[in-house]
Design a protein around this ligand. Structure first.
Ligand code: ZN
Length: 369
């Protein structure tokens, strides 16, 4: 850990609003003359015409490549080689976390700026400098780091609202834990992704992230469900929620650190029956375990459980398909959670038995409530 320094990182510019996507071509003009958009085939088919108009209007060339769906080193290397030959000087990631991270990887190895355009708000990928790389079996193989966060994060709230609601909920799950993780990492004196102790900036932003979610998530979800969001119309609740889940969540954790919620989130998807569930859903459950480990009052935890139920986040292992979970599954979950460095970012030294006991307690509390 870097002692006696505070390092704060964040995207250089954050643009969010309904219809913001149509500005993309113009935004790229400030950063490169040969931009390359990296996306997947489904999004290419859905958005190619709209993107093309935006780039044409701005007088920017429109080049687009698709990636096969997983962020792997061979994919990143191949796209980087192609991009180098064509003189690409700016990469735009367009899509979910995997499209964004593939684009970041290409930008990293080309040594050019990166612009992030998320089409869902399910994780911290859009604003983060980290790149999660996987192997062909979809297991995390390495974390690469851009030298700085994206130059621009451009979020079209109407596009986000048009994606399946489950992604928006997962994004809330990934963000709501940050206040508690930041405080835990701070109390433990452990390192942030920037390699320093938790900064005051990160702690304050993680707090703000939580407050915004609690105030705006329910009405924002109601507005999305009611179909009230379009390129010409949005709601302050949704805009406030997205600021929290796309921007503040990332700036909070990069500058104040992660903790046990994310360790549990590493273990839960390793249980085979939980396949297909989302990172943000794992983090939401992980926070309940985290709060039990902190010995928070039962009323405090159950109030959060009520909030999860109200908006539609998971509260029990059964919600991940683990109905009648076995001791072996609990073993798998907690053994993998113990492998996460985030499990050490906690005031008390945790062992596997403590994680198991906390999960049992969450299950008892929630199912009896
Ligand atoms: Zn996360």
């Amino acid at each position: 850990m870097i002692e006696n320094q505070r390092i704060v990182s964040s995207p250089s510019r954050y643009i969010q609003g309904p219809g913001a996507l149509d500005q993309l071509g113009a935004v790229t003009r400030d950063f490169g003359k040969q931009p390359l958009v990296v996306t997947d085939e489904i999004l290419r088919d859905l958005f190619r015409d709209r993107l093309s108009v935006s780039f044409d209007k701005a007088g920017q060339p429109f080049n687009l490549v698709t990636f096969p769906g997983e962020v792997t080193r061979p994919t990143i290397d191949r796209l980087t080689e192609d991009a180098r030959r064509t003189g690409v000087d700016l990469v735009v990631g367009f899509g979910g976390g995997k499209a964004l991270d593939t684009g970041k990887g290409v930008a990293l190895f080309l040594g050019v700026p990166f612009i992030s355009v998320p089409t869902i708000a399910a994780t911290d990928a859009p604003a983060s400098f980290a790149i999660a790389v996987y192997d062909d079996h979809h297991f995390l193989s390495e974390i690469l780091m851009l030298p700085r966060n994206p130059e621009v994060v451009l979020v079209d709230s109407a596009v986000i609202a048009g994606a399946p609601l489950r992604f928006l909920l997962a994004g809330i799950g990934d963000a709501i834990s940050k206040k508690f993780e930041a405080q835990a990492c701070h109390r433990a004196g452990r390192e942030t992704p920037n390699g320093t102790r938790s900064t005051r900036t990160g702690l304050a932003i993680a707090n703000a992230c939580y407050d915004l979610i609690r105030a705006h998530a329910a009405p924002a979800i109601a507005a999305v469900k009611a179909g009230q969001i379009s390129a010409d119309n949005t709601s302050d609740d949704l805009e406030s929620l997205l600021e929290a889940t796309v921007l503040l969540s990332t700036v909070g954790f990069e500058n104040a650190g992660l903790s046990v919620s994310h360790a549990i989130a590493k273990g839960l998807p390793m249980v085979p029956r939980a396949e297909g569930t989302l990172h943000g859903e794992h983090v939401a459950y992980g926070l309940l375990v985290h709060l039990v480990l902190e010995e928070r009052p039962v009323e405090f935890i159950l109030e959060l459980v009520d909030f999860y139920r109200h908006i539609g986040l998971p509260t029990t292992l059964a919600d991940f398909g683990l109905t009648g979970w076995t001791e072996e599954e609990l073993d798998t979950l907690t053994a993998n959670a113990m492998l996460s460095p985030s499990v050490k970012r906690f005031e008390v030294t945790l062992d596997q038995d403590m994680l198991k006991a906390a999960i049992r307690r969450v299950e008892d509390l929630v199912t009896g409530h």
